[in-house]
Design a protein around this ligand. Structure first.
Ligand SMILES: [Zn+2]
Length: 310
């Protein structure tokens, strides 16, 4: 396509052409409108972006007990800039006739940067009514907010739900009406799960408490290979490099640090492939080490592949 054809296609005058060089608007759109399709043994996996919460200044939300200088050094070591995007990466597993979703994102109508899950699924020909099962890692709003539509009806009307009993019991005693309302509504469709339970013959439950009292991670196994979904054990590459820095959202800060260190060490030792909800899109990768500290190693793949073989 030459310049004249290009201009005609996009309906701009020639004066506007210099503006076509990668603008931040174009980049942001590309990040938020992405879905990936993986093959993992017998399973078909998808990662959908629910969007990202963009924070101008993540300190002291991250590293609340550290100095700003410590935080800035850590940020530099991780090659991160500000504003910082906290993605919401949603995993879907297709196993035979089952469509198993891990969490539901923020839901529609929260803010313009999030709540993209339904639109992303639709674009991948997976309408919400196909979802048979929803596994909840924990009950924060950015994970259960998509269960209900703004009108109060179920977004995934054929889904059954799974959550840790400790998580459920904790939130039912808290003074948080919107969380209680959602948990009340799913109660008749709910199964409680606990440490070492095996779901759908391939998903093992692991308690990873601290972020919330009943936070769960999941090991998905196929032919001896493991993909581990660690949900909110880490929120940023900074917390991989400095697990002890923590994030204010951690309900039990010290327990969250202990859990984070344990999960990261195991992932490093066993070279586990991890999926994390809030790491930069698509949030799938390994834990390496650099200068004796952990490092986030994003999985690399060719962008033109239709399906990625794990
Ligand atoms: Zn979260």
């Amino acid at each position: 396509m030459n310049r004249r054809e290009l201009l005609k296609t996009i309906g701009l005058s020639s004066i506007a052409l210099p503006l076509l060089s990668a603008t931040s608007e174009f980049t942001a759109k590309a990040i938020q409108s992405t879905a990936l399709n993986f093959k993992f043994g017998e399973l078909e996996l998808f990662l959908f972006s629910d969007g990202a919460n963009v924070l101008k200044e993540p300190f002291p939300l991250i590293a609340p007990n550290k100095t700003e200088k410590d935080y800035l050094n850590a940020r530099k070591e991780c090659y991160l800039d500000q504003p910082m995007a906290f993605s919401l990466n949603i995993l879907l597993i297709k196993k035979d006739e089952k469509y198993i979703l891990f969490d539901t994102g923020n839901g529609l109508g929260k803010n313009e940067n999030v709540g993209k899950l339904l639109e992303q699924m639709q674009a991948s020909n997976i309408p919400a009514n196909l979802i048979t099962d929803i596994i909840l890692t924990h009950a924060h709003g950015d994970h259960i907010g998509g269960i209900l539509l703004p009108d109060g009806n179920f977004a995934f009307k054929n889904a059954n739900y799974y959550i840790g009993q400790k998580e459920f019991d904790f939130w039912m005693k808290e003074n948080n009406e919107s969380t209680k309302n959602i948990l009340n509504k799913i109660q008749t469709k709910l199964t409680f799960i606990k440490q070492s339970d095996i779901l759908f013959d391939c998903i093992k439950v692991e308690e990873t408490i601290g972020h919330t009292p009943g936070h769960l991670a999941f090991e998905i196994t196929q032919n001896g290979k493991i993909l581990k979904h660690i949900a909110d054990v880490v929120h940023s590459p900074i917390l991989i490099r400095y697990p002890e820095y923590g994030i204010k959202y951690d309900r039990d800060f010290e327990t969250a640090v202990t859990t984070r260190k344990k999960v990261l060490e195991e992932a490093y030792q066993k070279r586990q492939l991890l999926v994390a909800m809030h790491l930069p899109w698509p949030g799938i990768g390994y834990i390496g080490k650099r200068d004796n500290k952990y490092d986030w190693i994003p999985l690399s793949f060719a962008s033109n592949l239709k399906q990625i073989e794990l």
